[in-house]
Design a protein around this ligand. Sequence first.
Ligand code: PXL
Length: 314
Amino acid sequence: MLKKVALINDLSGYGKCSINAQIPIISAFGDVASCCLTSYLSNHTGYEKKYKIDLNDDLNNVLDMWNQNNFKFDGIITGYIGNADSILNVREYIADQKIDNDRVLVLVDPVFADNGKMYCEMTEKHVENYKKLMEIATVITPNITEACMLTGVDYESIRVKFGLLKTEKKDEKDLERLSKQVLEILKDVMKKIVVKRSQITIITGIELFNSVVTVLDVNDKDKNIIQTTCNYVDKLDSRPGSGDLFDALFMETSLFGYSLIDCLNIASNFVHNAIRFCNDKNIKKEEGIIYEPILIDNMIALRKATKEKKPEEK
Ligand code: PXL
């Protein structure tokens, strides 16, 4: 059945990322995207020159109007929120939504840093407010830099430890061994980051020797891990928008009813295919994540794989 997904994110006019990278995925799954812009930028902040229109006041009015019109959503994804006060306003809106719609799937991506560094214009206040927003999320998807900054764990020491792991994905046993090592390194981060029962924590962009790993954890409220899994893809340099694309794919596959592990694998593999496509076509990194030419083929492959599964596995 048709699902409605609210996207609370910025619109970067040039450099494919944020909401612009998410809408096509929601549509490709046959669902409807409703957009609330946190800001409008000439281009994403990875470019040296940019013009940014802060939409904090408008964001409040838009969300208020959504409430007055009694709009309800099956899923809400939050992404880049450049104004620290807006982060708390979004929290208030989602908390309101949950009062009479407790089934809404809330995915919070605390977008503020990558490669060990905060994005320009992001501050400690953003980080503190993102923590508060994450409290009401069903799924959180920080990258490894953000996960370290959110938990006060030293990013460099974690990076060095990951750098020392040699990935050899020969068979299932190798994967199992590697997963244990990755999780051991992340133990502290995972314990500190989870805030409520059954919250799904996904940490993206962990670079090993020749792989990029995404880790998914489900914890109970006593911070014991209930379920955990890793996905490995060949190492390729990430691009602006990779995380936004991952979020949209994880949301849509979750709403479709795939298992958590399938959602993780489908989303990671799709993002990997998109990055490889951009590299093959020599699309500059700043141009973001361009994947439209491979979208239809990826959707057909996914549908075929789903049909081939037994009905009870769907
Ligand atoms: O998702 C990445 C992103 C989103 N929005 C803006 C950005 C970036 C990354 O640079 O600058 C405005």
